[in-house]
Design a protein around this ligand. Structure first.
Ligand SMILES: Cc1cc2nc3c(=O)[nH]c(=O)nc-3n(C[C@H](O)[C@H](O)[C@H](O)COP(=O)(O)OP(=O)(O)OC[C@H]3O[C@@H](n4cnc5c(N)ncnc54)[C@H](O)[C@@H]3O)c2cc1C
Length: 382
């Protein structure tokens, strides 16, 4: 496809994208099908990704990251998606949502003990917000932490936690006070702490290669020094970090759509029906033209927002718009791509089949489509 939007990128952006793509084509693509079917990928991929500099993108090199900001994250996602498995990308990338509270806390103990080893690919990190009783309504989180001497005693449960089955530690949002927003704090809880169990490895529609867990905490004693940042500051930290997470999800949407479009275009050119390539039927040519047009629009928007975030702008409304548009784009384009593939589009060996399942998460995860619309409407004053 035409790459006119590359005019919006710096040489460094393009290098980051190329380097992630090279890594993905060598280290993920040849194995993606098997890892998807197995429901996990080898742990050593974390260290490989760290060495290749694709694991800690967006995180300060001073704490072991690869540096860069929102644009670098978007470029890395675009490159990594050439591996053909969103599951692998989000599994590797769970530290991208788990570590920011630790890094922002500037707490040397937590950075050395947890962030640095995770960024080196030696420990797996997960972010645990969602609970069986609440997802969108973060202020309703119930998992409770009560201070007892020099430990927090944690009771509760978390649900749908990406990398939660294998995580060496989770950065969990817990209730340390009754105040709905001001009573939430982050705690780092280590795997193996008595009372902390993975109660279930969940089976999903898509993202198969990434594990997703239900976690239980029963009288789990967590050292007081594992409190991340200020007591009661959890909700506000989470809201601040949502901008980057949601833009990252928008980047996943664009990359998913683009990959599906490229597959469908090649297929439509060579697959024949009624004596000619199916791309020669106007209905299909127009379908491909619509896909390309929408991808171009959303991609340009995402690139611009990434640059503006890096320039320090506050863009909650625009990021929510981008997340929704990119999620819809991914769902629609992958649907059309499957349609163009016909029966082959329904087969597990087709990349478009996997992408169409993976895309369905995008209007749900990291803030649902409806919640994004609420944010947009509220910020626009109605
Ligand atoms: C594969 C996967 C991976 C995930 N990974 C993680 C993770 O790593 N860490 C983590 O903490 N969570 C994770 N999640 C959870 C995810 O962020 C939540 O599922 C999501 O925020 C929605 O919450 P919910 O499922 O509780 O839905 P609910 O909040 O119960 O929403 C149900 C429906 O009600 C609608 N709704 C809710 N409130 C409103 C409103 N105010 N107005 C209109 N409609 C509304 C929603 O839009 C939705 O359609 C993951 C989920 C999945 C499926």
């Amino acid at each position: 496809m035409s790459t006119f939007w590359d005019n919006l990128l710096t040489e460094e952006d393009k290098m980051i994208r190329e380097s992630a793509k090279r890594f993905a084509l060598k280290e993920i693509r040849p194995f993606a099908y098997d890892w998807e079917e197995a429901g996990e990928f080898p742990r050593e991929l974390f260290t490989k990704a760290a060495k290749a500099g694709v694991l800690g993108v967006g995180v300060d090199p001073e704490v072991g990251g690869s540096g860069g900001g929102a644009s670098s994250i978007v470029m890395t996602i675009e490159g990594m998606m050439h591996g053909g498995s969103t599951g692998v990308c989000v599994g590797l990338g769970s530290l991208g949502i788990a570590l920011p509270p630790i890094v922002q806390s500037a707490d040397d103990y937590l950075i050395e003990k947890y962030a640095r080893p995770a960024l080196a690919g030696e420990k797996i990190a997960a972010l645990a917000i969602t609970e069986p009783g609440t997802g969108s309504d973060v202020a309703a989180v119930k998992t409770k932490a009560v201070l007892d001497g020099d430990h927090w005693v944690v009771n509760g449960a978390k649900l749908y936690i990406t990398s939660g089955v294998r995580a060496d530690f989770v950065v969990a949002l817990v209730r340390t006070d009754e105040d709905p927003h001001g009573g939430l704090s982050f705690l780092v809880i280590e795997r193996g702490t008595p009372g902390f169990e993975v109660s279930k490895a969940l089976k999903k529609t898509g993202w198969w290669a990434s594990d997703t867990a239900e976690l239980i905490f029963e009288n789990v004693r967590v050292p007081a020094k594992n409190l991340v940042g200020d007591k009661g500051g959890g909700f506000f930290t989470l809201m601040r970090n949502f901008q980057t997470e949601r833009l990252a999800l928008a980047a996943y949407g664009v990359a998913t759509a683009e990959l599906a479009f490229e597959e469908a275009k090649e297929w439509a050119k060579q697959r024949e029906a009624f004596g000619r390539p199916i791309s020669k039927f106007q209905v299909n040519r127009h379908k491909l033209a619509d896909m390309a047009t929408r991808i171009a629009m959303v991609k340009t928007f995402v690139y611009q927002l990434a640059r503006r975030l890096d320039d320090g702008e506050y863009l909650v409304t625009e990021v929510s718009m981008a997340k929704n548009q990119a999620a819809e784009l991914a769902v629609d384009v992958t649907y059309d791509a499957v349609q163009l593939f016909g029966g082959m589009g329904y087969m597990r060996e087709s990349l478009v089949e996997r992408l169409s399942r993976d895309a369905r998460l995008l209007p749900i995860g990291g803030g649902t489509q409806e919640v994004m619309k609420e944010i947009i409407a509220r910020n626009l004053g109605f």
